[in-house]
Design a protein around this ligand. Structure first.
Ligand code: SAM
Length: 258
């Protein structure tokens, strides 16, 4: 059996048939749609996607698996062998496509960040993640797991977690439960953030020490912080994890302009 002889390196946990169906019921691929898949593995999702949709482009790091899945794939599937963390995804991802992936958990956060950079090319993303990571991205302000990626996804997408899978859904089973994160990208962001990289750097400062207050985390970098907090009616004693994306964006714009 495939999964039992595969090494666990590269986050290789292969989805079992019944769970493939449940995942694809949520994705609901349509005949005119194009998919971009990250980590097709042995093609558990690739093959049924290719049957239902018009085209699938997939990137797989493991040369053996990439060759194998390419050899049996129908003509509307293009397998690219490479590292999804390093390759220029924008040149691979077809315009107006949809992202799907049972992501390798050891790199799921940087991959999620890269997917966000594709937001103008893709309609949505359905990615299987470690349950805890999926919850973190989808969690609202005020919860302990709310963090930088939650804010960035809240800025650009409507996110939810429509499915949870136990470890037995995969071969071999991972140590943790998994969940499907669904991100539907918005045409317009929830707040005006013209420079995402700069905003991200600011968020990193704000979240630098989670137990500290905003004032403690930001004061050294922004000497006029207190004035702007007062102007925006934000308590400096709040922690970063309590601010929504609109509040973060307003504070960042004020500090940048000041
Ligand atoms: N989609 C298949 C399934 O559901 O059965 C396989 C999913 S498995 C969790 C993750 C897949 O991602 C593996 O095939 C692994 O080789 C591949 N992978 C790991 N790191 C990768 C990377 N950096 N870029 C592209 N693929 C990667």
């Amino acid at each position: 059996m495939l999964g039992c002889v595969m090494p666990r390196r590269l986050g290789q946990h292969f989805l079992r048939g019944a769970f493939v169906d449940r995942l694809l019921d949520v994705v609901d691929p349509q005949p005119d749609e194009v998919f971009f898949e990250i980590g097709p593995g042995a093609g558990a999702l690739t093959a049924p996607l290719a049957e239902s949709a018009s085209r699938v482009v997939a990137i797989e790091i493991d040369a053996g698996l990439a060759r194998r899945v390419a050899a049996t794939a129908p003509p509307n599937v293009e397998i690219v062998q490479g590292d999804a963390l390093k390759m220029d995804l924008r040149s691979l991802v077809p315009e107006d496509s949809r992202v799907v992936g049972n992501l390798p958990y050891y790199v799921s956060s940087p991959l999620l960040r890269r997917i966000l950079d594709l937001r103008d090319r893709v309609r949505d993303a359905h990615v299987m993640l470690q349950d805890e990571v999926a919850r973190r991205i989808a969690s609202p302000p005020g919860s302990r797991s709310y963090g930088i990626l939650s804010v960035l996804y809240a800025l650009w997408a409507d996110v939810d977690v429509p499915l949870r899978f136990p470890p037995e859904a995969f071969r071999p089973p991972p140590r943790v439960s998994s969940a499907l994160l669904r991100a539907r990208f918005r045409d317009e962001p929830r707040a005006d953030v013209p420079d995402l990289e700069s905003f991200e750097r600011f968020l990193r400062q704000a979240f630098a020490r989670r137990r500290r207050t905003l004032e403690n985390n930001l004061q050294d970098s922004y000497p006029k912080l207190k004035d702007y907090l007062r102007f925006l009616n934000l308590e400096g004693s709040r922690r970063a994890e309590t601010l929504g994306v609109v509040e973060f964006a307003a504070l960042w714009r004020a500090l940048k302009a000041g």
